[in-house]
Design a protein around this ligand. Structure first.
Ligand code: NAD
Length: 439
């Protein structure tokens, strides 16, 4: 059956999209999806369903600032698919947040949950703002008003937000409190799983703070085993030194690997003799969460960061960082994608030509959603798991997902990103075929 012109145009290639307009993040998703769907011969009808988001919610809402002014904000929640379970995905506070970006991030969440075999669908949300421009009180009011504006579009069994760029456990606690305050009193205690990534005292899980970085490191360990590569003494560079980047760096230190260059929004630094991640984190905490000015490393520019010869590069900041411009600079054996969408299709092609391995985002950074699932389960069952239990279960899940992707890459003789898509799309295809389409 032929797809209608409004569905993803499977014949649209890289050149076509570039010719029409500057490629968006969602265009990247479309190209990745089409490549995998073509290769695995995804059922045409199911392809039509998965090529679309289910719901796209845009809310404009007013917030009173500290000086009494009213400012208007735009918030988004895109729910891509819930065939495998409730919608699930983070909230981002960033000036670049728009419907296109949120749509892409929501879609990646659907694939991610499927790959790691957890009963969640995909969603994402955010507010277009620069959080550094607001006081803590203003951020609290913005968060609470956004939560209120979303209303029943989120819910513990329906759509469950979590942290992402510039959103913290504290912000999750405000969302929880606001959501519960709008519930009848006798329903509140059974709704704490409306959001994950909460502070532990407010119902969060041990190990959720480091979960994404931990998952990144577990996948790197599997890659190293497969390649017979020694992580002890291996060198690595990191872009983005927030939750994901700093935890990945810190956990790789336990392997005696050496961090030699880092970049965050304030610039890049390098030290060929090694930068101690714990010391850099301690410095950043004292310095507004920025690495700028760290005295035990040289300041370098962005190009030098990308050109730094190392074994592993961990992008852990934003989308579209490894592109036709920057991919040729990379001089590493492995790119482990802590961030969502750091590599665009041009970047992917160049990495392949250069023989650089890629652990794709939808596998590599899935530790976050896995432990979010554990937090959700603990809340539902009124349980509290020890850290060892969380880590052990996370390890099992992500290693099994790694093996599924590795097997698909061999079976279809394709790159790992496409293989990861095929794993996710195969599961979703099976579920749709079993259930059929109502009515
Ligand atoms: P964060 O806000 O904690 O950290 C983001 C980091 O990126 C900061 O160090 C910031 O300075 C840096 N950064 C921002 N813009 C930059 C730029 N232009 N150049 C270089 N560095 C820049 O966010 P996070 O939670 O660590 O998320 C990072 C990435 O990981 C995002 O792509 C996010 O979607 C993804 N991710 C996060 C989680 C999670 O659990 N937090 C889970 C899966 C994926």
């Amino acid at each position: 059956m032929k797809a209608s012109p409004t569905d993803i145009d499977r014949t649209t290639g890289l050149k076509e999209i570039t010719r029409k307009k500057r490629r968006s993040v969602y265009d990247n998703v479309t190209m990745q999806f089409n490549k995998a769907a073509d290769l695995m011969k995804l059922d045409d009808n199911i392809r039509k369903i998965l090529a679309r988001t289910t719901n796209e919610i845009v809310v404009n809402f007013p917030v009173k600032m500290d000086d009494g002014r009213i400012e208007m904000f735009t918030g988004y929640r895109v729910q891509h698919n819930s065939a495998l379970g409730p919608f699930k995905g983070g909230l981002r506070f960033h000036p670049a947040v728009d419907i296109d970006e949120v749509r892409a991030l929501a879609t990646w969440m659907t694939w991610k949950s499927a790959i790691v075999n957890i009963p969640f669908g995909g969603a994402k949300g955010g507010i277009q703002l620069d959080p550094s421009r607001y006081s803590v009180t203003e951020l609290e009011h913005i968060t609470r008003r956004f939560t209120f504006a979303l209303g029943n579009n989120i819910g513990p069994e329906y759509d469950i937000p979590a942290p992402d760029v510039n959103t913290t456990p504290q912000i999750m606690a405000w969302i929880l409190d606001t959501y519960l305050s709008t519930m009848p009193p006798h329903e509140r205690q059974r709704c704490t799983h409306v959001v994950t990534g909460k502070p532990v005292e407010s119902g969060g899980s041990l190990g959720r703070d480091k979960a994404t970085g931990q998952g990144v490191v577990y996948t790197i360990e599997e890659w190293a085993k497969d390649r017979g590569f020694e992580l002890k003494g291996a060198t690595y560079t990191v872009q983005g030194f927030g939750n994901v980047g700093s935890w990945a760096a810190r956990l790789l230190k336990q392997h005696a690997s050496k961090l030699i260059a880092v970049e965050d929004v304030s610039g890049a630094i390098a030290n060929p003799d090694g930068i101690d991640p714990d010391d850099l984190i301690a410095y950043a905490i004292r310095n507004n969460n920025l690495i700028k000015g760290y005295s035990l490393a040289e300041r370098i520019d962005r190009k030098t960061l990308f050109q730094t010869e190392a074994d592993i590069f961990i992008p852990a900041a934003l989308e579209n960082q490894i592109t036709a411009d920057t991919a040729p600079w990379l001089n590493v054996k492995l790119v482990a994608e802590g961030a969502n969408g750091p590599t665009d299709p041009d970047g992917d092609r160049i990495l392949q030509q250069k023989g650089i391995d890629v652990i794709p985002d939808i596998l590599c950074n899935a530790g976050g959603v896995i432990v979010s699932y554990f937090e959700w389960l603990q809340n539902k069952r009124s349980e509290f798991w020890e850290l060892e239990e969380v880590d052990c279960k996370l390890h099992k899940k992500i290693v099994s997902a790694y093996r599924r992707v590795s097997d698909a890459a061999k079976k279809y003789d394709t790159d790992w990103r496409t293989a990861a898509y095929i794993v996710a799309l195969s599961d979703l295809e099976r579920v749709y075929k079993e259930r059929g389409i109502f009515p």
